[in-house]
Design a binder for this molecule. Structure first.
Ligand SMILES: [Fe+2]
Ligand SMILES: [Fe+2]
Length: 158
């Protein structure tokens, strides 16, 4: 899933850069509108990855026309809907702010979210999923460390 997520992020960035200057001033938006944009972006991002998974399934089960339909929708969810909403919200800030935001998310996933998910899965006997959560938690720790190193390098002007 990491590869798919990276593709989504890359796609969203391409969409955002093609869109040019933000058409909206995010700081002037009503807080509820900002919240709704954030919720909508979560939905679009999930739909993008879900449709890619559905497209892959359709390809493997010999239905290329269904795969094409899912691929095309997935592309719109990411590169139009998500990208335009991200633009409206002013999602991407400075590189330093973006690295700090990414660090916060990865740190939370690494030290709290996946740790708790693993504990809960263990407690109910879902051992394989518990192990999956622990493996992903470790990946998120690597992501955090890489972002942190990049932020320090940026601050040092390297
Ligand atoms: Fe959409
Ligand atoms: Fe991550």
């Amino acid at each position: 899933m990491t590869i798919i997520r990276n593709l989504l992020v890359a796609g969203a960035l391409v969409g955002a850069s093609l869109a040019g200057a933000p058409a909206f001033a995010a700081e002037t938006l009503n807080p509820q509108t900002q919240k709704n944009l954030d919720a909508a972006m979560h939905g679009e991002a999930f739909a993008n990855l879900k449709y890619q998974a559905y497209a892959e399934h359709a390809r493997k089960s010999g239905h290329p026309e269904i795969a094409k339909l899912f691929d095309e929708s997935a592309n719109v969810e990411a590169n139009e809907h998500f990208a335009r909403e991200a633009d409206a919200l002013g999602l991407a800030k400075t590189d330093e702010a973006n690295l700090l935001d990414a660090m916060a998310g990865e740190h939370y996933e690494n030290t709290e979210m996946y740790v708790n998910f693993a504990k809960q899965a263990d407690a109910v006997g879902d051992k394989k999923v518990a192990e999956l959560f622990r493996q992903i938690a470790a990946d998120e720790g690597d992501h955090y460390a890489a972002y942190k190193a990049a932020a320090e390098k940026l601050r040092a002007g390297k």
